[in-house]
Design a protein around this ligand. Structure first.
Ligand SMILES: Cc1cc2nc3c(=O)[nH]c(=O)nc-3n(C[C@H](O)[C@H](O)[C@H](O)COP(=O)(O)OP(=O)(O)OC[C@H]3O[C@@H](n4cnc5c(N)ncnc54)[C@H](O)[C@@H]3O)c2cc1C
Length: 375
């Protein structure tokens, strides 16, 4: 399959030449016209928004951050626009963006030229399975994938319980521990249809059901050298981690903006009583504006290695999680009984908001990382 997708790496062709405004306008139109009508199907029936994801790819939503001058701010803003309507779709965008980010940064030029354009235009669907290693690097759990060196590559076994935005014809980035698990981490690209890789969907979720989330089992799966993203992966992970985390702020910003819209809508009829609630839209909007400004600033230097920079990235991500929870609760309280109806946006946003706070790095991990850095 890869052979058929092989193209030059000049993704600049789909990178917005106009500072991003055309791309963002196209993302807004797709969100309003194509995504809005199906949000409850995504949420309640687990429908995956395939056509929307592809249209966003064609509009350039996943290619802003992969050129010579990565515009992580634009990638993040596109996710925020979509997230105003639907967190599942915004999260799927993040999955696609994360894999494009790995490919844009890999020293494996052959893999990059085979896959980057296809992933950054969504001709090829892609995801990321880094939750477990991201927790492993910060002392929270053990590496689930174990690899041993073999002729021309590695043999990998283990299970990742949740990987989203994938399927039999898709790819994702993952990390195994070499030397049977305890050696240096190695990052690789998984072909979901390769021998020794099997996908299963045993769980159903309280939100984010339409995200094509699978458990992925590796049984003596052979990873050829040409599918290696970084070996060893330590420095590579240091390079990509700020972008990985900052782009998640797009999910948070979109969700918070969607909650503000609910609050303002209900204020039209209930401002006389809503104004006694503790968390009001103007105060939340002010915090959101400050957060977005901070994220745009941090997006300018994703490869910066200072502790101060990384601490600021973690704090922005944590602030996004915290404000998502506050905004979603406030939206629910503003909406009242109307928000409690089965298909009301307020109760959906409330369920979605917890995902911002639990997806790796979860709030508790971010707090631990900040604590460990300060210790
Ligand atoms: C809808 C959804 C989509 C996700 N998509 C991705 C993705 O695309 N890529 C990715 O890398 N991660 C994904 N995750 C995982 C996510 O990022 C977190 O790692 C996960 O929510 C656990 O984090 P935690 O901080 O709660 O873990 P902790 O509280 O520290 O630990 C919980 C541990 O228990 C394990 N666990 C709990 N319940 C189960 C279960 N039913 N089956 C197997 N193991 C279990 C977890 O894997 C984890 O190791 C997804 C999770 C969800 C709920």
């Amino acid at each position: 399959m890869l052979g058929a997708l092989e193209q030059d790496v000049a993704v600049g062709a789909v990178t917005a030449p106009d500072g991003g405004s055309d791309m963002l306008a196209a993302v807004r139109a797709i969100t309003d016209n194509d995504l809005h009508p199906i949000v409850n199907q995504i949420d309640r029936e687990g429908v995956y928004p395939d056509a929307v994801m592809r249209a966003l790819g064609a509009a350039g939503a996943y290619s802003q951050h992969v050129g010579a001058e990565p515009r992580l701010d634009l990638a993040t803003e596109a996710m925020a626009i979509v997230g105003e309507e639907c967190l599942s779709t915004s999260f799927c965008m993040w999955c696609q963006n994360a894999m494009a980010w790995y490919l844009a940064n890999t020293p494996n030029e052959a893999l990059k030229s085979k896959m980057l354009r296809a992933v950054s235009t969504a001709a090829l669907g892609a995801g990321t399975g880094l939750s477990n290693p991201m927790k492993t690097f910060f002392g929270i759990e053990k590496m689930r994938l174990k690899g041993v060196k073999a002729d021309g590559g590695y043999v990998v076994s283990g299970t990742l319980p949740w990987v989203s935005n994938i399927g039999e014809d898709r790819y994702f980035g993952a990390i195994f521990g070499s030397d049977g698990g305890d050696g240096p981490p190695v990052m690789f690209c998984v072909d979901c249809s390769a021998p020794g890789v099997s996908l299963s969907q045993n769980a159903s979720f309280t939100a984010l059901e339409g995200t094509r989330t699978y458990a992925v089992k590796f049984k003596e799966h052979f990873v050829p050298d040409d599918m290696i993203l970084a070996d060893p992966a330590g420095e590579f992970v240091r390079d990509i981690r700020a972008g990985f985390i900052l782009m998640q702020c797009g999910m948070a910003a979109g969700l918070i903006e969607g909650c503000l819209q609910i609050m303002r809508q209900t204020d039209k009829s209930h401002e006389h009583v809503n104004r006694f609630l503790p968390d009001r839209p103007d105060a939340i909007a002010e915090k959101l504006a400050a957060l977005k400004e901070e994220v745009v600033m941090l997006c300018q230097t994703p490869y910066e290695t200072s502790d101060d920079y990384f601490r600021a990235v973690l704090k922005a991500r944590l602030a996004g999680s915290d404000l998502s929870l506050v905004a979603a609760q406030a939206a629910m309280l503003h909406a009242g009984a109307r928000g409690y109806l089965y298909e009301a946006p307020a109760q959906r946003r409330l369920r979605e908001s917890y995902f911002v706070a639990i997806v790796t790095p979860a709030s508790k991990q971010l707090a631990k990382m900040l604590h460990d850095m300060d210790a």
